[in-house]
Design a protein around this ligand. Structure first.
Ligand SMILES: Cc1cc2nc3c(=O)[nH]c(=O)nc-3n(C[C@H](O)[C@H](O)[C@H](O)COP(=O)(O)OP(=O)(O)OC[C@H]3O[C@@H](n4cnc5c(N)ncnc54)[C@H](O)[C@@H]3O)c2cc1C
Length: 649
């Protein structure tokens, strides 16, 4: 038996920050009880923010606007190239402009249910409440949301809901929102309140006397290692989907910031909760290093189908209507093509496994706009989705106005992340995590258009109201000695790790190890998981890790621009994180949301939760590489939305 699976169980972890009382009052109560820092004292506090995506960009700008001195990092050459720029479809908010029955409570309800009852109610209720303020904030910044003829902001529908609450800017919502946050950040950079460090990668967290007090970073251009000290550290470093090698994430998105923080004491929550998005362009071969998302918004008008017969290879136009299976509309008549992502992805896998998939290798289903074009006209379809259609055509050389798109599920988002309390503070005092880097709001499955909402809620509204409380309790008068042993130990460890990577001088690239790990994860810890498969993965990962340290080849040195070294260093962390993901998936012997354990399904093949045994968030504590971690459970209490078997039929 693999030793790593003999994990220990520690004391439960509990959120102590969300106040009691009616759920709709909790956020106001917390904001009132949180201590404030006098405006004159704020500039004495240095706050590090790692990340400049929607979460980090909005946080940095807002904290600086409040008067804090912000020191901010990203590995791109400009903050506005953060992965958030790729977000296409939209951002949710309970504005109810359409008067179609939406409300804060409904957004709260949909999100708790959509997450398959594995998120914390207080957080989700707050998210729904803040959603309406986000839109106002972004409109005030000039974000060009789509508008209707009368001038009101337009909305569309996303999966898992029956109202139209997704605000969008064509297929470029992330880009437009990020430009809004970036301009607010730029104002603060120009004002001298934000010190920005592009092309600088955080490689370790400095924990001094039990508190997060800074980071160790590497200048990606010169290779220089530096330390940065502060009164608090905020990680807004995004998700870890690239552990699978192929995903819809930007190629450079990685797990190093959160994994290094985990190694320094921050619990990692629900690492196995990954989201597989149903509408991605299918993989075409081994040469690929990335997959491309086709926005979920396309499911508003596109109809998903496969041939009724197995092995039907006729071109789609030759398959008569009566011989097509619009399987989502058939199985889930209430939500049809707009079922949540986990459900749509599994359904696509099922029809492909039955031999009814289309395209090369039968790994695809059609997303067909013929009806929409007939109903609305080509021009209207072009206005809504033009840039997505163009992108599809450029990649596949097929014109989606004329032939249906082919799509297949792919890794897209990670619901797991650093465990945080209601204040977004991790288990390391002074270390906060926001945006996709934390685990907080989406449970076991995120609804479409809710990541941008959460990132901006965290950055513009939540953190700026809760960080005060921590800083007020830790006045700025106790600077860390740069020669403190905890600082020098972290710097030495970082330098040694990089030196070791360069000195192995083996015969395999970091990419080859990453690809091998990714394929293993996709096969055994991907869309569906079994005990046997997970045990196999847990046996194999330490072997890959051992081989990595024997055979890795990193040309060049650590003291220069060296992208092979950057990649290799990230793969080191993936090789540890992947192991924890598999253990988490193994220990959670139930199905919920994106985590589908084949042993736990209903007679119709839907995810079967086991609330009595697994109605908790799993917070894992690191004890050493390859050593069994310790599980700390956070029991989830539902007083408002009572757990039921999710039904979208
Ligand atoms: C193709 C695609 C389309 C999407 N569309 C939508 C959508 O329509 N609606 C929606 O709600 N969600 C969407 N999502 C999800 C959403 O885009 C992300 O969850 C969200 O943008 C994450 O934002 P973030 O600020 O948390 O992190 P990111 O945008 O990933 O930013 C991370 C930042 O951290 C920095 N960073 C990371 N590690 C380090 C380090 N070690 N040192 C220094 N800096 C570091 C990076 O440089 C970057 O600035 C989409 C995702 C993808 C992949």
């Amino acid at each position: 038996m693999n030793d790593y699976t003999r994990y220990g169980t520690g004391a439960p972890v509990a959120d102590t920050k969300a106040p009691d009382g009616p759920i709709e009052d909790r956020w106001d109560t917390r904001r009132f009880t949180a201590k404030l820092v006098n405006p004159a004292n704020r500039r004495k506090h240095r706050v590090i923010v790692v990340g400049t995506g929607l979460a980090g960009g909005s946080a940095g700008a807002t904290l600086a606007e409040q008067g804090y001195h912000v020191v901010q990092f990203c590995y791109q050459d400009s903050p506005r190239r953060a992965h958030s720029i790729a977000a296409q479809g939209g951002i949710n908010a309970a504005k109810n402009y359409r008067n179609d029955g939406d409300s804060i409570h409904r957004l709260f309800y949909d999100t708790v249910k959509g997450g398959d009852f594995r998120s914390r109610e207080s957080n989700v209720r707050r998210l729904a409440q803040i959603s309406v303020e986000i839109i106002d904030q972004c409109v005030a910044q000039g974000v060009p949301f789509a508008r209707e003829y009368g001038g009101l902001l337009d909305t569309r529908s996303f999966g898992g809901v029956q109202v139209s609450r997704t605000f969008y800017a064509r297929g470029q919502t992330g880009q437009q929102l990020l430009l809004g946050a970036y301009q607010a950040l730029s104002r603060q950079i120009a004002a001298g309140n934000v010190e920005i460090h592009p092309r600088t990668e955080m490689l370790d967290l400095l924990v001094v006397e039990g508190r997060a007090r800074g980071i160790v970073a590497r200048d990606l251009v010169t290779g220089e290692i530096s330390t940065h000290l502060a009164d608090a550290v905020v990680l807004a470093s995004g998700g870890y989907g690239n552990v699978f090698y192929l995903s819809t994430n930007a190629m450079n998105s990685n797990a190093t910031a959160i994994w290094r923080a985990h190694r320094r004491g921050a619990y990692f929550a629900n690492p196995c909760f990954t989201q597989i998005h149903p509408t991605c362009i299918p993989r075409t071969g081994d040469h690929q290093s990335k997959l491309t998302l086709m926005s979920e918004s396309l499911r508003n008008d596109g109809r998903i189908w496969v041939p009724k017969e197995k092995g039907d290879t006729r071109p789609p136009a030759d398959i008569p209507e009566a011989e097509r299976d619009y399987y989502l509309e058939r199985i889930y008549p209430s939500f049809g093509n707009l079922v949540p992502r986990d459900i749509a992805s599994r359904a696509a896998k099922n029809v492909c496994d039955e031999g009814r998939g289309v395209g090369p290798g039968g790994q695809g289903v059609y997303l067909d706009f013929a009806d929409a074009i007939t109903r609305l006209g080509r021009r209207a379809v072009e206005e809504k989705y033009g840039n997505l259609f163009e992108m599809y055509e450029r990649i596949t050389a097929e014109n989606p106005y004329e032939v249906p798109m082919r799509i297949y599920p792919a890794v897209h988002y990670t619901m797991g992340g650093l465990w945080v309390d209601y204040d977004l503070q991790t288990t390391v005092p002074g270390l906060f995590a926001i945006g996709e880097a934390n685990f907080s709001d989406h449970g076991a499955n995120r609804l479409g258009a809710s990541a941008l909402m959460q990132g901006l809620a965290d950055g513009y509204f939540v953190l700026p109201a809760t960080l005060n409380d921590y800083l007020a309790r830790h006045p700025a008068a106790d600077p860390v000695d740069p020669a403190h042993p905890a600082v020098t130990e972290a710097v030495t460890a970082t330098e040694e790790r990089l030196r070791r990577l360069v000195s192995v001088d083996g015969d395999r690239t970091a990419d080859s190890f990453h690809r091998e790990l990714g394929e293993l994860m996709w096969e055994l810890c991907g869309m569906s998981r079994t005990e046997q498969g997970l045990r196999k993965a847990l046996d194999r990962i330490p072997q890959i890790r051992e081989e990595f340290w024997r055979r890795i080849k990193v040309p060049g040195t650590e003291a220069e621009f060296n992208q092979s070294l950057e990649r290799a260093n990230r793969v080191v962390d993936y090789l540890e994180l992947a192991e924890l993901m598999c253990l988490d998936a193994l220990h959670r012997a139930e199905s919920c949301g994106g985590h589908f354990r084949e042993e736990s399904q209903t007679p119709d093949g839907e995810a079967a939760r086991r609330d009595d045994e697994f109605g908790y968030a799993a917070g894992w504590e690191f004890t050493g590489t390859g050593r069994p971690p310790v599980l700390h459970r956070e029991e989830l209490v539902f007083t408002e939305v009572h757990p039921t078997q999710r039904s979208y039929a």
